[in-house]
Design a protein around this ligand. Structure first.
Ligand SMILES: C[S@@+](CC[C@H](N)C(=O)[O-])C[C@H]1O[C@@H](n2cnc3c(N)ncnc32)[C@H](O)[C@@H]1O
Length: 504
């Protein structure tokens, strides 16, 4: 396959430079600058332990205290989750209104005859560190919208009036959401919570990936083919496309800024060397991440016989190649040619495989129904005359989930089957530096006030200045063997104090 991918040989020197691991000095400088730019205090990134870089406390943290809020570098909402939740394509905040969220979901539910065979090949959900504890099989979350068969449909006119704002639900004003701002390029794929999110997304990647009417028809057609392939195979390709687009755009910005400087000072520099310099600078956010090629690091799925491992890995490589060809047709940029080599594409996806965190944002619709359930007689009875048929139309899983929450029962089945939250996958530059421990001192956890897609890390117990901050990549309450088996998917065997103590 490498022979039919000539970029590898043409750009060998550049590719090798892009894949050379950063030096400790480069790592330190990058994270120092990132932490300063984000005005993040109390933490630092160091390469001190045995597992590469890690995140360390630079001050004492109390139990329950916020350790870190980490805006994502790139993120995507899972394809089928888009049916369930309308969110800002940049910050992943819910948008529109409670009525629009419900009406749109019911409308989509009716439209979708149910093509769950769009489920992803080589999916990496096992490799997403869960936000708050239920590390169980998330492939079901990723691949399914609510498949409940026990729904009582609402009349079309009611669904329409929820969507167009004619029907206003009681007390929904208490859960107001920012209005949906359409994509400036006119595509119907992206909506935003504000113009500033729309502009930020356009500048960072969407200007290359927009399929709106304003883009060139050939480009649009090629992009649509790429997106269709990703939707049908693995939406990790959409994340990779965003990462490549943002790198290309950063490259051009850096180059333009430097050109302006040269003009101002009447200087010039060797264009070959400076191109590599700009490629490396633009690549930095990905460069710093822990990387292996996707087809080398992806865990062997349970249903693949170990004797078929080689052919499974080849299949994954071929899938990446297919996707890359489609992306190349859509957004190829000669100056950034190395980013379109299979080697780089494989490393970018591999980095997501090993470093990504589940993107989860709790739904205000769920809060709304909980609020209604908390009302007292006679208010509640009146209101439920309107809201109960809506819950029934949303489906059994939806109501069960709300009930389970009300009873504060952690009902894993309901969590997996419900589609109330935004679900996606994202790369967070600081969170991805957190190493694993089965007795962690921190956890990824969304508090009530965390309404967008940023990663939130909270101290699980008090953490002293100088201590390494760790989270658990798996459910730390699982038995020893199960934890080790899950962690093998991340390519290591845990030797934390708990594992040493429990090792048979
Ligand atoms: C999310 S990254 C963490 C940051 C990573 N140390 C780095 O240098 O980029 C996950 C990778 O770190 C390493 N790692 C994290 N926790 C570990 C542990 N407890 N034991 C061994 N390796 C670990 C593994 O290689 C894993 O795939």
């Amino acid at each position: 396959m490498d022979s039919i991918c000539p970029i590898g040989s043409r750009c060998a020197t550049q590719i090798s430079a892009l894949l050379t691991p950063p030096s400790p000095f480069q790592l330190q400088e990058y994270y120092h600058n990132l932490l300063s730019a984000r005005q993040c205090s109390g933490i630092t990134v160091k390469q001190e332990g045995n597992f590469g870089k890690g995140l360390y406390a630079d001050m004492d943290f109390k139990e329950g205290e916020l350790v870190l809020k980490d805006p994502m570098f790139v993120g995507v909402q899972h394809t089928l989750n888009k049916i369930d939740c309308l969110v800002c394509s940049f910050c992943f905040r819910f948008i529109g209104s409670i009525e629009l969220q419900i009406g749109r979901r019911l409308y989509m539910q009716q439209l979708k005859a149910n093509d769950s065979d769009g489920c992803n090949v080589g999916n990496s959900s096992k490799h997403c560190h869960d936000m708050d504890s239920s590390d169980e099989d998330k492939s079901s979350q990723q691949c399914t919208s609510d498949s409940s068969k026990t729904k009582v449909p609402l009349p079309e006119a009611v669904v329409e009036s929820l969507m167009n704002g004619q029907l206003v639900l009681p007390f929904s004003e208490k859960f107001s959401l920012p209005p949906a701002v359409p994509c400036p390029g006119g595509c119907r794929e992206a909506y935003y919570c504000s113009m500033s999110c729309a502009e930020a997304d356009w500048d960072s990647s969407h200007s290359l990936l927009c399929t709106g009417e304003s883009s060139d028809p050939a480009h649009r057609e090629a992009l649509l083919k790429f997106i269709k392939h990703a939707n049908e195979t693995n939406d990790i390709f959409l994340l990779a496309a965003k990462a490549i687009s943002s790198t290309i755009l950063r490259y051009h910005k850096l180059k333009a800024a430097s050109f302006e400087e040269q003009l101002k000072h009447n200087t010039s520099c060797d264009s070959n060397n400076s191109n590599l310099y700009f490629l490396l600078e633009a690549w930095k956010p990905i460069w710093m991440g822990h990387k292996r090629r996707w087809w080398d690091c992806i865990a062997l799925p349970d249903d693949v016989d170990p004797s078929d491992e080689a052919s499974f890995r080849l299949q994954i490589k071929e899938l990446a190649f297919e996707s890359l060809q489609l992306l190349k047709t859509a957004i190829f940029d000669r100056e950034c040619e190395p980013f379109f080599s299979l080697e780089i594409y494989g490393h970018i996806i591999g980095m997501f495989e090993l470093n990504n965190l589940d993107l989860v944002v709790a739904s205000p619709v769920e809060d709304y129904f909980l609020y209604i359930d908390d009302l007292t007689y006679p208010n509640k009875e009146e209101v439920e005359k309107i809201t109960q048929p809506i819950l029934d139309a949303l489906g059994e899983n939806y109501s069960i989930y709300c009930e389970a929450l009300l009873k504060l029962v952690l009902c894993l089945y309901c969590l997996n089957a419900s589609n109330l939250e935004v679900k996606g996958t994202a790369f967070f530059p600081l969170q991805s530096c957190l190493n694993h421990s089965c007795c962690p001192n921190a956890k990824a956890f969304k508090r009530d006030e965390d309404k967008d897609g940023q990663a939130t890390i909270i101290a699980q117990r008090s953490i002293c200045k100088g201590e390494e901050i760790t989270i658990s990549y798996v459910d730390e309450d699982l038995p020893f063997e199960e934890r080790q088996a899950s962690l093998a998917d991340y390519g290591f065997r845990c030797r934390c104090p708990k594992c040493i103590e429990e090792e048979p």
